[in-house]
Design a protein around this ligand. Structure first.
Ligand code: MN
Length: 712
């Protein structure tokens, strides 16, 4: 059993005293919470979280991840609420533990192996913070190492899951050490006979190859010394499962695979990689088409190295990888290797730290890109999917765009399920049809015997499949039915304004209705019933127009925007209004669009009550909106990382960014950031302006700003 004292000692090699203290108290907390619980091996339960923390300490992860490793089972197994962890430790630890617990709750059915790829994406989508994945992988690794105490059935189930889902995730984020061990451990349990035979064969083969390996190594070493290149050479062993996979996939014999001699050449600096390549090619003949330069163009997970294939003196093929120590660390530990380069700012939240590391990694890559298009592509490459992944009651996984609701889900299963949908259950609980779904949820659609399709669904259906199906259904509905539905919707919406249809104000009303561009009330109701107009917006228009003709109350009442209207209200992408801006609503065929009052696109129609009407921000509004800023700065390596850090340190997410070089010294960045209001934006701008080499920071209000060469 691994002891907490040994762990603390190891942690103090790279963490501060108070950081180690935090891990120690996490241990105390877990020890109390798990007291009386034992593992199948008979060890006290707490030995498991300690071992997981120990695996992560080898990767030199930060104190919050290691504390979360200590606490990773206390929510699930001891019923400790997340809030308690947040209070005892901090929100970062609490979010990590919560994230790992959510993954634990995923029931991977036996059908899952068929959808392994979707499972991997679902897990990545659910994690949000990459450290959740890293902790989960360490947890899985320790469980695999100690699987021997479980029943054979369980061993097989867990090994299959590891091989199909968790090992590929480790591979995907570049954690190759863990990836290889997970594969070999699973392989050993699933095919004990094949594993044993291969292991014996590999061992025997290594013995017989020893002399030849040493000979090749000596030739290489001699040339490197002559060329004055500091390097060390390592033989590379393939892990057993990868040999098995190659034999199976390529139908090659064990001998064919093992006859390839593989070396790793580690040099000091990246320039030396190319010199070392020259040295290798001067002693052994290169094989055509085998040279790959992943230093100039790294793989999307950040992998860098030079690969080449050569023919040895005795005619045997040799594979050589040339890289620096840092690149090698990245290749072995992937995402986790980033934490080696310590972060000092304890105020950063987990996603901010993640974003900063991620961007910092990209900046390193940027220096290696010749043209900026490749660079921008690489920025857009992200390991976290934009989609959400949810289960049907049968355990099938459906992929939907982020923000999808049960209505989108229903139509993606089948058009009829959509049209007859009358309600839904999310994770077995009744839920409204308008609520956005989250990855990992199980969604069940309840249907009626009669079609239920309603134009109101257009307010929250976001997929084109659902929206088109709803519109299609509605347009096939008889006019009389549409009028009935439209009347119900408008009456409901008008009741907010204390206006009633079919009362003595009907004359008054018909005057108003003409101004909306229809000939009769029925036509208007039909439009609403068919989903061509939104009931709540028409109601606001009517109310405004009535107030206007009613000289008694000359000021129209502004509509409050609460940010929860969904698709009924959109925000102008030309001017990107944020709370605090003076805004105005503009009616379009697709609904109402909110613009900044100063936006040039609505200048000509601003005064027309049929086109526009006043809106204002709800004072309680607590939602971030995208806004665009332009930063001009003197260029230097690491500039992007500094800008990203400055922004994320004021609790702000970066949605996207583009850059272009203004001249050889200056560079302009267009950034979309998420802010809560104008004060928040001002804070971000102030921070950026305080950076030494930043020349100007401006908010982009419209197209003209966007294309202006420079703004001061
Ligand atoms: Mn565990």
């Amino acid at each position: 059993m691994e002891s907490i004292d040994a762990l603390s000692k190891k942690l103090s090699e790279y963490l501060t005293g108070s950081q180690v203290e935090q891990v120690n108290s996490a241990y105390e907390f877990a020890n109390n919470a798990h007291s009386g619980q034992f593992r199948k091996s008979g060890d006290p339960y707490v030995s498991h979280p300690v071992a997981v923390a120990n695996i992560l300490s080898n990767l030199r992860l930060d104190e919050d991840s290691i504390s979360a490793a200590m606490l990773h089972d206390v929510i699930e197994d001891c019923g400790v609420p997340k809030q308690v962890i947040e209070k005892e430790f901090n929100s970062s630890v609490a979010n990590l533990v919560d994230g790992v617990s959510k993954l634990d709750k995923l029931e991977l059915s036996s059908a899952s192996v068929l959808q392994a790829d979707n499972y991997q994406k679902m897990i990545l989508a659910m994690a949000k913070d990459i450290r959740v994945i890293v902790v989960k992988l360490a947890d899985r690794l320790h469980n695999m190492r100690t699987l021997g105490h479980l029943s054979r059935d369980k061993q097989i189930r867990i090994s299959k899951e590891t091989l199909e889902i968790y090992a590929p995730i480790a591979h995907r984020i570049g954690m190759n050490n863990i990836y290889r061990e997970l594969e070999d451990l699973s392989f050993r349990i699933l095919y004990p006979g094949r594993y044993r035979r291969l292991r014996v064969a590999v061992k025997k083969n290594r013995g017989s190859q020893k002399r030849l390996l040493r000979k090749i190594q000596r030739v290489l070493e001699k040339q490197l010394v002559e060329d004055n290149i500091a390097a060390y050479i390592e033989g590379r062993d393939k892990h057993i499962y990868s040999i098995y996979r190659k034999m199976k996939q390529n139908r090659r014999s064990f001998g064919d695979i093992m006859d390839i001699y593989a070396f790793k050449l580690i040099v000091d600096k990246s320039e030396d990689c190319y010199r070392a390549l020259g040295a290798v090619h001067s002693v052994f003949k290169p094989i055509e088409g085998r040279f790959k330069d992943y230093i100039a163009i790294p793989k999307s997970n950040g992998y860098q190295s030079i690969h080449t294939g050569v023919i040895g003196t005795d005619g045997q093929p040799i594979e050589i990888q040339i890289k620096t120590e840092e690149m090698d660390d990245m290749a072995e530990n992937g995402i986790a290797s980033h934490w080696l380069y310590k972060s000092g700012n304890s105020k950063e939240t987990a996603p901010q730290r993640k974003a900063r590391k991620w961007v910092a990694g990209l900046v390193e890559m940027r220096n290696n890109y010749e043209n900026s298009e490749d660079y921008i592509d690489s920025i857009k490459t992200n390991i976290f999917p934009d989609e959400i992944y949810v289960f049907t009651p049968q355990g099938k996984i459906l992929e939907l765009p982020e923000g999808s609701t049960p209505i989108d889900f229903a139509y993606s299963v089948h058009t009829d399920i959509g049209n007859y949908c009358k309600g839904c259950r999310i994770n077995r609980k009744l839920a409204p049809l308008s609520v956005p779904l989250e990855s990992g949820q199980t969604v069940e659609i309840l249907t009626d015997r009669l079609p239920q399709t309603s134009p109101a669904w257009l307010d929250f259906a976001i997929t084109s499949r659902a929206r088109n199906s709803i519109r299609h259904y509605l347009s096939n509905t008889k006019a009389s039915e549409a009028i009935k539905v439209g009347k119900k919707l408008l009456e409901q919406a008008l009741s907010e304004y204390n206006i009633k249809l079919n009362r003595r104000n009907n004359d008054h009303l018909s005057g108003v209705i003409q101004k909306l561009g229809v000939d009769s009330l029925n036509e208007l109701l039909e439009d609403i019933g068919l989903g061509k107009r939104a009931g709540n917006i028409v109601a606001t228009q009517i109310s405004n127009l009535m107030n206007e003709t009613d000289k008694a109350t000359s000021l129209p009442v502004a509509l409050e925007i609460s940010g929860t209207e969904g698709l009924a209200i959109k925000y102008g992408q030309c001017c990107n209004p944020i709370p605090g801006d003076s805004v105005i609503g503009h009616f379009t065929s697709g609904g109402m669009v909110v613009h900044q009052e100063r936006c040039k696109n609505i200048l000509s129609v601003r005064e027309d009550p049929r086109e526009c009407f006043p809106v204002k921000w709800d004072e309680e509004l607590d939602k971030a909106f995208p806004t665009e800023i332009k930063v001009i700065a003197e260029d230097y390596p690491g500039l992007l990382a500094d800008i990203a850090f400055s922004i994320s340190s004021s609790d702000t997410n970066i949605e996207s960014l583009e850059h272009n070089d203004l001249d050889s010294e200056k560079v302009a960045f267009h950034l979309f950031i998420q802010v809560y209001n104008r004060d928040h934006l001002a804070k971000v701008v102030r921070k950026l302006r305080s950076m030494k080499r930043v020349i100007s920071v401006n908010r982009i209000h419209d197209q003209e700003d966007r294309h202006a060469k420079t703004i001061h």
